[in-house]
Each structure stands twice: as C-alpha cells, then as structure tokens.
Design a protein around this ligand. Structure first.
Ligand SMILES: Cc1cc2nc3c(=O)[nH]c(=O)nc-3n(C[C@H](O)[C@H](O)[C@H](O)COP(=O)(O)OP(=O)(O)OC[C@H]3O[C@@H](n4cnc5c(N)ncnc54)[C@H](O)[C@@H]3O)c2cc1C
Ligand code: FES
Ligand code: FES
Length: 493
C-alpha cells in the first residue's frame, strides 16, 4: 500500500503533509506555511548555517539529533524524522542551556546567525564528544558563519554548555519520542502527486528500480546538498523527484577486514569514523568535507553520482582501488570507479540506473596511503586540488602505486604517467623522484577557474607527489604539516 503523505514528528505529535510541490524546501515550509520564522535564510546554498534545524532519528534504540541546512533540504526528506527548530528549545519559560550560555558569554550581536548557531549547539549538546575539546567545538561550528560577533565568545559558550551530559526536555522525553518515531516507520512506499509531478520515496530497492525504470526522467535525490542548489540557485523546476532516503538496505555499511562496502545513501557523517580507521588522512578529508550540516545530509552515493571533477571522495576512493555497483531494473553490474567517469559531468550510467554501493578495499600491510585537500579556506571549502596516493612497497622501493587527483581534469582521474615513473623508485633517493614529479605535467592539463589557476594546480600537484613520497620515506609529518599531523591523530585514537 502506497502512502500519499509525508509524516514527521513535531513537538510531541505526528504531523502529516500532503499535496506539496515536490521541490518545496523545508525552509520555505517552515517560514511560509508553519509561519515559524526563527529559522533564517542567509545564503540559500548550504554555506552559512543560518537555516540550521535539527532532525532526530532513532539509531541503536535512542533518538540521535543531527543539524541540517533547511534551505537545501526538501520538505519530503523529513519523512520519518523528528523536526526541531529554534522555537522549540525553550521550555516552561526557561531558555535552553545552549541559549543561556550564548547570552552569558555575549555570543550574539545582530543575531541573524544566532538561531542557526543555537541549533548546531543543540545537536552538539546531545551528540558531542565528552570531554569536549576546543577543536571539536570549532569543527561543530564550521558550518555557521557569524560575521559580527566573532567566534571567541561563541566557542566559549559552546564549551560551557556542551561539555556535560545532556539534561533538557528532549532527553527527558526521549523514550516517547522514540516510540512516536517508531509509529511513523510503516515501511510503505511514499508517492505524493501524480504521474506528471511527484515526490516519491520508495521503501525498497525493488520499488525504486521499478519506479525509476518507469520514470527515467525523474531526478534522484539522496542528501540534496547538490540538487538543492539547482533549485535555490539555478531556479530549476524539478517536477519528478525520487528521494532515496527511505530505501531499505541502501544505507548499510559492510565492514569486513578486507573492504568497506558502503551503501549509496550512507551519509558522510556516518561513514567518517570507518574511513578514518582505514587511514588518518581519510579522516582529515572527511573532517573538512563541507560542514557538519553538509556531512549529515550528503551521501557517499550522491558525491560519486554527481560526477563532480572537484568532489573529494572520488579521487581518494580511486586511489584505494574502489569498485562501483549500479542497478538497472533487476540487473546489477560492477565497474572500477575510475571507469565510471567518462568526461566532464558525463558518467557511465544508463537511464533508470542508480548507484547501489561502492566497495573500498582497506590497506594491506605493505601499502602506504596519503591524501591532501588543498582549498582556499581550511573549513567548508570545495577543493582546488585533491591528491590521493597509495604506494605498494617492496621494502624501501615503490613496487606499484595508484594516484588520483581531483581538480586537475574534467573528471577525477588517475595519474597513469606518474604511476609508471614511480615504479621501482627508492624512498631513500629523493634525487630519483624528479621524473615522477615531472610526469604530472603529462597526466594533467588543468583549467584556470575562480578557484585556482592552471599553473597553480600543476605546481601544487607536482609538489604533492614530493610531499607524499617524503612523508612515506620518513614516516613523519611533523615537518610537512601544520594541522592534521598523522602522529597526533594516531595517538588520539
Ligand atoms: C556548503 C556545501 C559544501 C560542500 N562541500 C563539499 C566538500 O568539501 N567536498 C565535496 O566533495 N563536496 C562538497 N559539497 C558537494 C556535495 O555535498 C557533495 O557532492 C554531496 O556529497 C552530494 O551528495 P548528496 O547525497 O547530497 O547528493 P544529491 O544532491 O542528493 O545528488 C547529487 C547528484 O547525484 C545523483 N544521485 C544521488 N544519489 C544517487 C544514486 N544513488 N544513484 C544515481 N544518482 C544519484 C542526483 O540525481 C544528483 O544528480 C558541498 C556542498 C555544499 C552545499
Ligand atoms: S541559508 Fe545559508 S546555509 Fe541555509
Ligand atoms: S551575530 Fe551578527 S552574524 Fe552573528
């Protein structure tokens, strides 16, 4: 039986919405229909965090809260979740602890960013590590731009409010909320609209395959962190949307000793710890992938399927030797991830076919890995260049390598010439590394754009080859990094 409404949990009760336009954004629903205007619109593209709200979902028997950007989240994507906005936090006339701390520390001036900051802190209050470090507090705020207060008082308020156990009205009613959310999980397909215009959320892979086969012109949405901008910035009218977030099984991770099998709808936040366990550099790439809000919504499958030449996951997965599984109707096929990217924004994906999972091999004892994200800002910035290196070592020599770059071509691409030039090179003879560094110029002729010039990208890529080799040779990153030193990250584990 198909459901023709979406249902979510709000202030202790179920809310049912029907008949909405498929591309209605959650922020518009809140401000224009609920008339709750505490949630603000700043950039409308996921960058500033003024629109941050929290979504609660049950995992491991308890409600977990994540911050999301309501400006690039479809209304339909809240199906099955608890929706919490800034208006909901104060209880019995008392401010929430995160609100009180912001007042006490003078963490707000014009106040435009404040509701979004409050909501990010609300999720940190419930989910953050204990004890809470200043670095974690900074990471939690990377997706919230404040242009007038300055971050010192905001971070001080964060450390005060979010350092202890959660003790608010939400933790007090966690059990009834979990029961409420369980009552919404009916496992039915959702289809709001008609054959010409709809928001659909299939509950199984079979339903998805059938529906997408019937409507290959529909737009698949996973986290909506890309598609959202087509709607809010490119003003695209999207009439048919198939949201993947309810498809059972697509959100599973298969963590074996040899490989990570990552379902297409696994979010960046969910896969972050498992990737960091493969290599600390993967953890660093994920820490700097968008913001907490972007990582909570954005998915591994969306990041690959969008075919972006500057996406962060594709090059690191290609260097690790990942395979991609696609499904069309009843048939599945698997291909090497690098073969998926044919040309600029053109992927080997047939009409009606969807990304099912990506399998990422783990490192073997004789393999070394390095990945570097180069961007103009440290936090929440798209890469100018991302270089990923896997060396198979035979003692102190490089027996084989897999090297891939983002930002250097129209697709994420392997550096075949550089890989060839590295075969047999000794880690103890830096004088012999020059050929491999020079080979980068044969592998890539990057473009000039507003992020970086062609000359800059080429120089950076060449230098990253040297950096990867010298770090692998010494096993030390203290001389080559200011942040994200592997020794410190490994000691913290
Ligand atoms: C503020 C901000 C910061 C960002 N920072 C980064 C960053 O640091 N690094 C980075 O790499 N990216 C970044 N991005 C880009 C974006 O977050 C990623 O590309 C993201 O992972 C996309 O995933 P999604 O699930 O949101 O995709 P969606 O927007 O839902 O979909 C993206 C595309 O993939 C298609 N698609 C999705 N899932 C499937 C599937 N299973 N099968 C077939 N097609 C599918 C959709 O139809 C669409 O064409 C950022 C975006 C924003 C808004
Ligand atoms: S309005 Fe800026 S992130 Fe949503
Ligand atoms: S208080 Fe003005 S933008 Fe933060």
């Amino acid at each position: 039986m198909v459901r023709d409404t979406i249902r979510f949990w709000r202030n202790g009760q179920a809310v049912e919405v029907s008949g909405f336009h498929p591309s209605t954004m959650l922020l518009d629903y809140l401000r224009l229909q609920e008339r709750r205007v505490g949630t603000k619109e700043g950039c409308a593209e996921g960058d500033c965090g003024a629109c941050t709200v929290a979504l609660g979902r049950v995992r491991g028997g308890r409600v977990h809260y994540e911050p999301v950007n309501a400006c690039i989240l479809l209304l339909g994507q809240v199906d099955g979740a608890e929706l919490v906005t800034v208006e909901d936090l104060a209880a019995s006339g008392e401010l929430h602890p995160v609100q009180s701390a912001l007042v006490a520390h003078h963490g707000s001036q014009c106040g435009f960013c404040t509701p979004g900051i409050v909501m990010s802190l609300f999720t940190l209050y419930h989910e953050g590590e204990r004890p809470l470090s200043r670095e974690s507090a900074n990471d939690a705020l990377a997706g919230n731009l404040c242009r007038c207060t300055g971050y010192r008082p905001i971070v001080d308020a964060t450390l005060q409010a979010c350092g202890g156990p959660a003790d608010d009205s939400f933790s007090a009613r966690s059990e009834p909320t979990a029961q409420g959310l369980a009552s919404l999980a009916d496992g039915r397909d959702v289809f709001v609209g008609d054959e010409t215009r709809f928001f659909a959320a299939p509950a199984s892979e079979a339903s998805l395959a059938e529906l997408y086969g019937r409507h290959p012109d529909a737009t698949l949405v996973a986290g909506c962190t890309d598609v959202g901008l087509w709607i809010t910035k490119a003003m695209m009218e999207i009439e048919k949307i198939i949201w993947l977030g309810r498809v059972a099984g697509l959100d599973l991770v298969d963590d074996s000793p040899e490989a990570l099998g990552i379902g297409a709808t696994v979010s960046h936040a969910a896969i972050h710890p498992a990737l960091a366990r493969i290599d600390p550099d993967l953890g660093e790439v994920m820490r700097r992938f968008g913001s907490v809000q972007v990582r909570a919504s954005g998915t591994v499958g969306g990041s690959i399927a969008n075919g972006s030449p500057i996406g962060d996951l594709a090059p690191v997965f290609i260097a690790l030797g990942a395979a991609l599984e696609l499904r069309l109707g009843e048939a599945t096929r698997t291909l090497a991830l690098e073969d998926f990217f044919i040309a600029y924004r053109r992927q080997d994906r047939l009409p009606g076919e969807f990304v099912r999972r990506v399998t990422v091999p783990k490192l073997k004892a004789d393999e070394a890995f390095r990945a570097y994200k180069i961007s103009k800002r440290f936090d929440e910035d798209i890469s100018s260049v991302l270089g990923a290196f896997k060396f198979t070592l035979d003692g102190r020599r490089i027996a084989a390598s897999r090297i891939a770059f983002g930002g250097m071509a129209g697709t994420p691409k392997r550096a075949a010439e550089t890989e060839r030039a590295l075969a047999g090179v000794s880690l103890d003879e830096p004088g012999s590394w020059g050929d491999a560094m020079a080979a980068i110029a044969r592998d890539y002729q990057p473009l000039d754009d507003h992020r970086a010039s062609s000359a800059y990208r080429s120089t950076v890529a060449r230098n990253l080859v040297f950096k990867a080799l010298s770090e692998t040779a010494s096993g030390d990153t203290r001389a080559t990094r200011i942040v994200g030193r592997r020794e410190a990250l490994q000691a913290a584990e």
